[in-house]
Write a protein that binds this ligand. Structure first.
Ligand code: PLP
Length: 378
């Protein structure tokens, strides 16, 4: 038996406390026991989102949450801007297109954050219903400056909706939903909340509720109006994924116990640890320091080494699961997740495996330099 090490940017490792909390008998989902659980989850989600807005949770993966966001505010023909800095930006564009929106899919170079100057120019071209963006783009390991982007939208088009996919960024980096005036923010259970996949959450501003009243996209399961009737009672429209909600309660309790600033500092330190290690071997990173994600790092392997090979051998030789490059970055990079229940020693262990692997593959690296640099940082 060899220990399995999950080092991908979601699903992330699950703490024993969360696993134990999910090991709970089913209870009536329209009764007081379940209401009490849901009310605690809602209070803590609002803490995580830094919001007083409504938050609804859905039994779905993160993509379901993105679809919830789009179908509840859009109508066919609406003009929208998508700030596309990677695969998940592309997903916003696909969802909006599927529901008939007129999508201005603004693509940025992979490894770069959305440029506020480009957004400014696009906003000045004409009124749009909404601007869609990622807080953290998981496919490239880049974090957007959501605060600056949101300020620009408010300055140039005050009524445009600001739609944020925070699936991999929520609780890995600050996101101030109310202070930054974000209209809809989507998160997913399987990232920094440290819970298995299957629950998405969306926050809804007063502006988004107004847009919802006029929205003509077809919907039923995702319809906010149906959830609104049930939410004040601590219920959901459909049967909720109770085990996951018990898990959410525990994961959120753990985050509150650790404290927001400590959680963010831990993610930042682990990001810097990994970036320092990679650079100590002379490796190139996809994102530069100004937009480097605290949740996931995309790394170019040494000359002559294929990113897919790294992923395969890490799994086969060391039982460490790292993530591949996606789309045009396939084989060119590999990604290591450091969000959620991951600590510095997990990363040092994984990096030691990376170095041994590079050596076995005959790459010319300063063997051990990365691990040494990490130890010095500790
Ligand atoms: C930024 C981001 N958005 C959306 C998603 C989609 O989530 P899911 O795969 O749970 O549907 C992911 C998943 O990795 C993500 O990282």
């Amino acid at each position: 038996m060899i220990k399995y090490n999950l080092m991908i940017p979601g699903p992330t490792p699950i703490p024993t406390r969360v696993l134990a909390a999910m090991n709970h008998e089913m209870i009536g989902h329209r009764g007081p026991l379940f209401s009490a659980v849901m009310k605690e989850v809602m209070t803590d989600l609002k803490w995580a989102y830094e919001t007083d807005n409504d938050i609804f949770i859905y039994p779905s993966s993160g993509t379901g949450g993105m679809e919830v966001a789009a179908v509840n505010v859009l109508s066919p023909g609406d003009k929208v801007i998508v700030l596309n800095i990677g695969n998940f930006g592309g997903r916003w564009a696909k969802i909006c297109t599927a529901y008939g929106a007129d999508v201005n899919n603004v693509k940025f170079d992979r490894g770069k954050a959305a440029d506020p100057k480009v957004l400014e120019a696009e906003l000045k071209k004409g009124l749009v219903k909404a601007v869609f963006m990622q807080q953290n783009e998981t496919s490239t390991g880049v974090i957007n400056d959501v605060e600056t982007l949101a300020k620009l939208v408010r300055k140039i088009q005050p009524d445009a909706l600001i739609m944020v996919d925070a699936v991999s960024g929520m609780m890995a980096a600050p996101l101030k939903t109310d202070v930054w005036d974000l209209d809809v923010v989507v998160s997913g259970s399987q990232k920094a909340f440290m819970v298995p996949p299957g629950v998405s959450a969306v926050s809804i501003s007063a502006r988004a509720w107004k847009a919802h009243e006029r929205s003509k996209c077809p919907k039923h399961y995702w319809d906010w109006s149906l959830m609104k009737e049930h939410a004040p009672k601590g219920h959901t429209y459909t049967t909720p994924p109770e085990s996951l909600i018990f898990g959410m309660r525990e994961g959120l309790r753990m985050l509150r116990e650790e404290g927001r600033e400590n959680v963010f500092a831990r993610h930042k330190f682990n990001r810097d640890l990994l970036r320092t290690a990679a650079r100590s071997l002379g490796l190139k990173l996809l994102a530069d320091d100004t937009c480097a994600s605290p949740a996931v790092t995309a790394i170019f392997p040494p000359e002559g080494v294929d990113g897919e090979e790294v992923r395969k051998l890490m799994r086969e030789d060391f039982s460490v699961e790292v993530a591949p490059g996606q789309s045009e970055l396939k084989s060119k990079i590999f990604r290591i997740g450091h969000l959620g229940y991951v600590d510095s020693l997990d990363l040092i262990g994984a990096w030691a495996a990376v170095e041994v692997l590079f050596k076995r593959l005959g790459a010319k690296i300063n063997f051990g330099a990365g691990v040494k640099a990490m130890m010095e940082m500790l």
